[in-house]
Each structure stands twice: as C-alpha cells, then as structure tokens.
Design a protein around this ligand. Sequence first.
Ligand code: M6R
Length: 608
Amino acid sequence: MCGIVGYIGTKQAAPIILDGLSRLEYRGYDSAGMAVFDGKKIDIQKSAGRLKILENLTRGGESMPGVCGIGHTRWATHGAPSDANAHPHFNKAETIAVVHNGIIENYLQLRKKLTGKGYQFVSETDTEVLAHLLDYYYRGNPLETVTKVLHRVEGSYALGIMFADCPDQIFAARKDSPLIVGENEDGCFIASDVPAILKYTRKVYYVDNHEVVRLRADHMHFYTVDEEEIEKEAVTIDWDANAAEKAGYEHFMLKEMYEQPKTISDTLTPRVKGKDVVIEELNMTDDELREIKKLHIVACGSAYHAGMTGKYVLEGLARIPVEVDLASEFRYRDPILEEGAMVIVISQSGETADTLAALREAKSRGFRVLGIVNVVGSSIAREADNVMYTWAGPEIAVATTKAYSAQLIALYLLAMKLGKARGKISDKLFASLLTDLRRLPDQIELLLNNKLRIQKFANRYIGAKDIFFIGRGIDYAISLEGSLKLKEISYIHSEAYAAGELKHGTISLIEEGTLVAAVSTQPDLYAKTISNMVEVKARGAFVLAVTCEGNKEIEKAADYVIYIPETNPYFANSLAIIPLQLFGYYVAVGKGCDVDKPRNLAKSVTVE
Ligand code: M6R
C-alpha cells in the first residue's frame, strides 16, 4: 500500500513524478503529494483525495520547477486521509522531506522521545517521526544520517528522502516494502513498482532489505545499512509498456478480463512440452515429487480462493492431502507442518505482507516453499525456494481477474505433474486433461463475447441489498471468488456459502426477490445443488444458475441460466468465473462505482 516515486536528473521532476504516481495509484489513492527542490528550497504540495487534485494544484507539475523530487500516493494506516497526513513529511525547518510506504512499528516510542526533545508533530502519521529523527541526527552527512535512523526504526519501509542542502542527491531505502530504482541517460528514478518508470527506463535494480541507495543525476550507489558500498546487477524489464495502459477499454478491469485467454496461454504454453507437463522451475525429480506427504497452500483474498480450487484439484488428481490457509491466520497459529510437507504461497503482487510472513515462517522451520507469483523480482519471488510465475503481465485494477485465472492454471499444471509422477493419472486421462486445458482460452473468449446478456441481467441488480452465491466443492471455491468480485467493486453486501450450509442459519436472510447465484459445474453434485436451489427459491429467492452445457435439468429450479462450455470438471472454475466477473463488473459500472479503484482498498497489501 502506498506508492512512492522519485526522480533526479536533467528534466523537470514534478511531471515525471506525477506520471509515475498515476501508475501507482492502484497501491493507494486517498491522498497524494510531492516534494521538489526548486533551486533554493524544498517545496511540498499535497492534498487529500485522488491524484487528480494534486495534478490540478500543480498544473500537471508545471508550477513546481526543479529537477529533483519525491512523490507519494497514500493508503491510510496511521491517521485519516487528510492534507496534514498526506506525504511528503517535513522536519520543522523544512529542509528534509520524506515519503514512506510501510509501517514504523516503534513510532510511538520515537514520537515520545522526539517530543521530549522539543520536536512538534503536525500529522498523526508514523512517517513524520522519520523526518524529525533525520533532523535530529543530521550533521551534514546525509548517508550517515539515513543509516543511523534506519538502525533505530522497527517495522517496514520503502523510503524516498531529500535534504535541502544536498540537492544533487536523493536517497532510497528498503525493508519489507517493495522498492526499485532505475536509470536512463536523463536521470535516476525511485519507484514502488515497475509500471511507474517503465515509460522512462527498462534498466532497473531491485533494492533488497536493509539497503540504501544514493541517487544522483548521472549515477547511483548502493550501500548496506552500515554504509558499506555494494555492487548490484541491473535487470532489464521486458514487459510491453502498453500492458500497463487501458488501450481503449473503459476500465483496466474490463481490459484485464479480456486478456484472460492470452494470460492462460502464456502461463500454460511454456510448460506443456509435447504430451507432457514440464515445470522446470520446480527443480524436483519425480522421486522427490513422490515423497511429498502433504501440501499447505497459503494466500490472501482471491489468491486464497485460487488455493481453495487448488485443494480440490490437487487432492482429486494427485491424491495428496492439501490444507489451505489464509496467510494472516497461518502466520500466527503455530501450524503443524510435518516432515515431507511442502508449502505453496500464492500471490499476484508477490508483496502481500501476510503471505510473505507465512513464507518466512515456513522457511524458518526448514520447509520448502514454492511461490506462485505474478510480479517478477517481487519479495515472495525472491524469497521462495522455487517460483512458478503466472505470466499475466501487469495487473492494474484492484480487483484481480487475469492473475487469478493464471493462478488456477499454475495449480492445474502442478496437480497434473504431481498426479502423473505419483502414478495417480492414467495416460488416457492425462491426454484428455491436456486437451481440455488447451481449449480453455477459446472457451473463455466465447464467454466474454456473451457479455451483453450478462450486462442486461446485471442492470437488474444495481439496487440490490444482498446477493448470495452458493456451490459445492469446486463450485464453492468459485462462489467465494464471484462474491468477492461483486462486493469489492459494487459495495453490495454479498456472501458465498457452501450450498449445503446455507440452511444452517443464513437462509433466514433470503427474502422475496433476493438474488442467489448457484454455481453448479460438477456433474456428481448437480442433483444436490438443485435441492439447495429449490430450498432458496421456496423462500422467495430469484435463482441465477451457472452450469455446464447440457445440464438442462437445472432449468426446472433456476430462474435464469448461464451455460459454460464443456470441460473437465476440475477446470470448470476457469470458465464459470468469467460470467461472475462480468456480472460484478457490470453491477458496479451500472451503479457508477469507481471500478478500478474501489473505496478503502489497495492493490498491494503490504501491511498486516
Ligand atoms: O497480491 P496478492 O495476490 O497477494 O493479493 C491478495 C489479495 O489482496 C487480493 O487477491 C485481493 O483480495 C483482491 N482485491 C481481490 O480482487
């Protein structure tokens, strides 16, 4: 959460910083600000609200001259979204400015200590202590001051810092919050994420924990927190710069839904060799795969929902017991990991604080961790023992669609690989699973082309108070994701239930006309789910069914049916989720919601 950008070079800094921040708004968007050295002093402009306000305030950055600056877009943790709490923060003399992503955990102690020394605070943020602490230690050597401060703070940070009396340099530092630096012939950049600077450079360096960077217009130097200079290797980013643009779509979310066929092919194709699935990144022999006794899948949000589907598929195809945990629970519940277990963490951003902590917990106990990650070079990707990348490209909309779909594919491939190595899948079944996997992109395309019908249906529910999703087995996992998509962007209350569980209490919420979306893609469970549909219908619900072509029986119990093409039941999630994503999207659009940036959320949740 929170995005930081910095620039020092030969061009005007403010427009570059604003442009970078606009690509990081997905990380937080309740206030924004910039600090630029204008030739004499550091000028700060900041405001509560969207980045647009800061853009207007500074006329697109034009009113802030200077070639050196830092900027920030905020997702509030300490203190409400207000002008005063917006970053950057100053010391009293307004000679040191700081932007920060993360949480300073010992800020109350530091604040007390600094207050005792006469420092006055103007914000409620944890970040302001950094500005005053830098001031407290500053004796003319900025690098020494930054490292001294870093030795005294606890918590997580990605920082951009500037000193008025050293306007030819800016500083960056990192611990547990993402940070990259980059360079081109015009200057050097700081950013929380690649899209912020992709327009300017593809040559970036991933800053590691406890590292400090001194950036000048024409070069940068890396240091440890003990001021020892270190060498780092640049990475060339090969993303298509257009991938982070809307390309004519009304929203990133719609564009990303439409990218799902390609995402699936990109995640699948490199791992299918002839008639086999080859996952080189696993770096495990078939003997080692056979020795795995149990899998623990750990993730948050939609990645957790992908993990839920993964459980059904892995248990079904590879016959390995799988436990799925929310990362925020796993990290504190002292989980029992027995010999032979392997941990799989799933994350689009690769920066989710709880998932990263769960990974560290598992590694500290000596367990192998496989990361299923989208962002190359992210913290989880770097710390996991093995990484299976989901090649979804940059995902900008806060509500995930294509990255979730790619996670499913990675899990299917893993299940097939394990199932085959363990002798649980016959050659015939394996071949037919591969055929079905390869058909998914075209089938998704078909479903996306049916969007008008779903849009019309969605328009009827713009005023809904509650919407329920039900399903059994894999369909329950799909329901969880369908419900999350709807509620996070449309603000309509929604719950997902295992279809058989609703009658144990929640069915009392069903009223005349309440929409219940019943997902029924598992032929073995058709009859059971129909019974649950009938139960809610008898209490006044309007039942929308999402089922497979050919399941005509369902029309007797449903009021409205969306059919998905035929596939292996293990892969049905990849198809059934498409109409549910479209439904959530069109309800939110119909309500006039800010689809790509829903209230209170951020794309990358780097606080616990
Ligand atoms: O980057 P991650 O996959 O680790 O993020 C996990 C969740 O924060 C994320 O899936 C979240 O639930 C999305 N808003 C869902 O659309």
